[in-house]
Design a protein around this ligand. Structure first.
Ligand code: AMP
Ligand code: MG
Length: 422
């Protein structure tokens, strides 16, 4: 059995070289990873630009008290540069419009009063450069705007749009197959489960977690696999044709837990089998050479829904991000004080306890959610993070300092949200 740290090292060192690149429409590249540096196609701003609605002037033509200037005309955003400022005159100018040649400042409209249609009084002295955005002050033509390896979030997407990088060079996304296993599982639609049966929920969970990582990922749901050799092998043969295969269930020590055996039968090189963590101890990871020569990376996640959720967050998410071309990410952790009145017992495994996280003037405060065990998904609803309880003896008492792995999309709703109907 590996420790958590050893398992992370194995995952980190199992990331293959960055995937191939392809051009993708910008609108579909949210959460993808840039495969090449992107350069600015031109200066930004491309011209001397007004940042205010007001009057374009030569600063040294204004003076204390009032300055009376002749109005030469009006320049709107979108007008081509080229207007010329003559001695003793001004142009009315709008935000985003190009400055007339000869002007070096803008007096905002609030600091003026129109005397007649063709004369204006300015009530301040202009400083050179005031209310002017200079050509190229944000970006120079040819400058690197975003480096390869950048994760394209909403802001990066807009930066790429601003330099016309559409389509955009990104790393190819992995295709991920999902197979829940278990004789007791029935699909989410259809009649109420019979005695002994339960609804299959890990498929929905994993697909949603995958989409939260990148909406554009190809997620192939291969259907529920029964705990029976030939049925499971049929599903595996479909799943193993992808870049990544996520299995849930069937990896523990039970009589029906055939996944590790059958994966070995299909040639899996097992790299992780069992990790000293809770939840998630039976986690399995390895790779299988596909018939086309590529690799399929396989995660066998324990079937208990909370274990599935947690092992995805701590192992699958960073591995997939690295597979998409990012640096293997470190978990986002914060220091917090254990709130509430409950002490937490240390055991010989590293625990990740679903918890709330609240910002207080004294720093973060965290409390474990009131979940009943590994099947109680509703109990961990809205978890902000996973509280780390180190391997050891004794207890972590309220008030103690702990670390929290912050979950993606955490809402920080505080412990109140965790209370459930008594
Ligand atoms: P296993 O890892 O196969 O031993 O399953 C552990 C527990 O998780 C069992 O109680 C299963 O019924 C439950 N379980 C396994 N797979 C799923 C699933 N896809 N959806 C909901 N519960 C599951
Ligand atoms: Mg099972």
């Amino acid at each position: 059995m590996l420790t958590y740290a050893e398992a992370m090292l194995v995952l980190r060192s199992s990331v293959p070289p960055p995937p191939a690149q392809r051009m993708r429409p910008l609108a579909q590249s949210l959460d993808c990873v840039l495969a090449r540096d992107v350069l600015a196609e031109m200066d930004l701003p491309p011209f001397e630009k007004s940042s205010m609605d007001g009057w374009a002037v030569r600063a040294d033509s204004t003076h204390t008290g009032e300055t009376r200037l002749r109005v030469a005309g009006r320049i709107l955003a979108g007008d081509a540069p080229g207007a010329v400022l003559a001695e003793g005159s001004t142009w009315k100018i709008m935000t985003g419009a190009p400055l007339p040649v000869g002007a070096n400042a803008v007096v905002m409209v609030e600091k003026s009063s129109l005397q007649t249609d063709d004369a204006v009084l300015l009530h301040e002295i202009a400083r050179p450069g005031q209310n002017v955005c200079h050509q190229g002050e944000d970006l120079r033509e040819g400058e690197v705007v975003l480096r390869r390896g950048t994760h394209i979030d909403a802001c990066a997407l807009a930066v790429l749009a601003s330099v016309g990088a559409d389509p955009v060079p990104v790393h190819t996304l992995p295709r991920v197959a999902v197979i829940p296993t278990g004789d007791e599982l029935v699909s989410t639609h259809g009649p109420k489960p019979l005695p002994g049966q339960i609804r299959e929920s890990n498929g929905a969970l994993l697909e949603a977690q995958l989409r939260s990582l990148c909406v554009a990922l190809t997620v192939v749901r291969c259907g529920i696999a029964r705990d029976e050799q030939s049925a499971l092998l049929q599903h595996l043969d479909v799943g193993l044709g992808h870049d990544v295969l996520l299995l849930s269930g069937g990896v523990s020590m039970g009589d029906a837990d055939l996944v590790p055996l059958l994966l070995r039968e299909r040639g899996m090189e097992v790299l992780i089998e069992k990790v000293a963590i809770k939840p998630g101890k039976p986690m399995l990871f390895g790779r299988v050479r596909r018939s086309d020569g590529g690799l399929c990376h396989v995660f066998g996640l324990p079937g208990n829904p909370v274990s599935t959720l947690v092992t995805f967050e701590i192992f699958v998410r960073p591995f997939l991000l690295a597979l998409m071309g990012l640096e293997f990410p470190e978990p986002r952790r914060v220091h917090a004080r254990l709130g509430g009145t409950r002490a937490l017992k240390r055991i010989p495994r590293l625990q990740h306890v679903p918890c709330s996280l609240r910002s207080t003037p004294q720093g973060f405060e965290t409390e474990p959610l009131a979940w009943h065990g590994s099947a109680d998904l509703r109990g961990v609803l809205g978890a902000d993070g996973l509280m780390l309880i180190d391997i050891g003896e004794g207890q972590v008492e309220p008030g103690a300092a702990v670390e929290v792995h912050v979950l993606d999309g955490a809402a920080f709703r505080g412990p109140a949200r965790a209370s459930r109907g008594a």
